[in-house]
Design a protein around this ligand. Structure first.
Ligand code: ZN
Length: 462
């Protein structure tokens, strides 16, 4: 299952597409050498020849794994003005019932699905820490460790982001009944971070960060205390936060402090390239420019943002300012990176009544989107991902050259077709850390994962 030398006739390298590429991978799953134009087009001694073009695996920078079990269950009109906030009530009803084995089973199924679709690493924004009555488990990091176990079973890389969730609204309002499983003060969440760091120590597949849930769920004091604490544990830990997803959140923030959420955050906190601002949907133009200049990643989740009626990100302004961005599947109404990238561009086209809106320096829009999401996703997850070069993880996809949309194409036009044409999954084989986890479209643990998920889902629906 583990390869050390791999030969591809076509591969996407950091400098562009290359032919006859020999990859060498070390025992820890890092790329140790890449040789393009490998002589004689021969696979070389002991190298495995792959069946199609090779591209880096995609990072999924924003996930709430447990929400996979309720995806598709909130699509019935229940209220005259169904919204994010009425969806959240349904989500809280599921949250109240999940136990740790179910959390692990749901995550395992999700992670298998993500791998089959071409994601090779996830950012797990994890706030479901405590028992249904709000009491801490004997090990405060119990549910986080369940997610690490799910990632290990599936073979997915993970950046686990334990969430600081202390309040139910701006200005330190008390939590609601449905939020008691999330409650942590800075001391509690830092204990969880430390326990997870110990559990993940030395594992190149895992990184631990921290996520203040949103400006609704922290106070300025608790936010700075948690940031100071996590910096003491790991000065480079990835930091993620939900921000400006809904207009109501913007209005409440204005009422609280007179500033909009992104403006407040950029003004009061040293936001830099360690940060990922998830959604950042509702910004004024000055906020969009300032976010791009900060070096932080905008964590865009197009299918979830569409499903929840959030709004559209100001792509053209952010692209012009050279901002970093990546994609996340968030609530898991989709598990496909292709669908996220396609909808990201289509939302911009529909709003602006133009074509090829999110363009880069090269002409291909699909290729621009694919490359941008690789780079920003890797940055947000704080791991050496998204590029097939020495020192990076050997996380790669082999595309099926016989998929109708890809036949006869190579280079960037192949990525354009990958993003914008077809509904057949073109991902044939997937390797993470140099280990094959998907072969010919099948994941090695998919039957077992589906059984566990089905049991959890039936129990929760009963
Ligand atoms: Zn989220």
């Amino acid at each position: 299952m583990i390869f050390h030398r791999l030969f591809a006739e076509q591969a996407l390298l950091p400098d562009g597409w290359a032919r006859n590429v020999l990859f060498e991978v070390d025992a820890d799953g890092f790329v140790s050498a890449v040789t393009a134009d490998s002589p004689g087009q021969s696979p070389g001694e002991g190298a495995e020849r792959v069946a199609g073009p090779v591209v880096p695996g995609m990072a999924n920078l924003h996930s709430h794994a447990f929400q996979r079990v309720m995806a598709g269950l909130a699509e019935q009109a229940a209220h005259p003005d169904d919204s994010f906030w009425t969806w959240r009530e349904l989500m809280y009803r599921f949250v109240g019932r999940l136990d740790p084995p179910q959390i692990e089973a749901i995550a395992t199924q999700l992670y298998v699905e993500l791998l089959k679709a071409g994601y090779t690493a996830v950012g797990e924004f994890h706030y479901l820490h405590h028992a249904p009555d709000g009491a801490a488990y004997a090990d405060r990091a119990e549910t986080g460790k369940r997610l690490l176990a799910a990632a290990r079973t599936a073979g997915l890389g993970i950046t686990l982001l334990p969430v600081l969730y202390g309040y139910g609204g701006f200005g330190g309002q008390p939590l609601g009944e449905g939020q008691r499983r999330f409650r942590n003060d800075p001391e509690g969440i830092l204990e969880i971070v430390a326990r997870l760091q110990a559990a993940a120590s030395g594992d190149p597949q895992v990184r631990i960060g921290l996520a203040p849930h949103s400006l609704r769920a922290v106070t300025p004091g608790s936010l700075s205390e948690a940031l100071e604490g996590v910096n003491a544990l790991d000065p480079a830990a990835p930091l993620h936060i939900h921000v400006a997803e809904q207009t109501k959140e913007v209005e409440e923030c204005l009422a609280w402090c007179g500033r909009r959420p992104v403006a407040w955050l950029l003004g009061e906190v040293a936001v830099d390239s360690r940060w990922c601002l998830v959604h950042a949907t509702h910004m004024e133009s000055s906020e969009t420019g300032a976010l791009a200049r900060s070096g932080a990643v905008a964590g865009l989740c197009p299918t979830t943002e569409a499903n929840l009626g959030d709004g559209l990100f100001d792509g053209p302004r952010f692209w012009t300012a050279g901002g970093a961005w990546g994609i996340g599947s968030d609530s898991h109404v989709s598990q496909s990176p292709i669908e996220e990238l396609r909808l990201l561009e289509y939302g911009q086209r529909l709003r602006d009544r133009r074509r090829n809106v999110l363009r880069g320096t090269a002409p291909g829009v699909g290729a621009e989107l694919f490359r941008g999401a690789l780079a920003g996703g890797a940055q947000a997850l704080g791991r050496p991902l998204g590029r097939l070069a020495p020192g990076s993880r050997a996380d790669l996809l082999v595309l099926d050259p016989e998929t109708p949309a890809l036949i006869g194409l190579e280079g960037d036009p192949l990525l354009d077709a990958l993003v914008f044409a077809g509904n057949v999954n073109p991902v044939r084989d997937v390797a993470v850390g140099g280990r094959w986890v998907v072969r010919q479209g099948r994941h090695t643990a998919e039957a077992q994962a589906l059984r566990g998920f089905a049991e959890a889902r039936r129990a929760l629906l009963a």
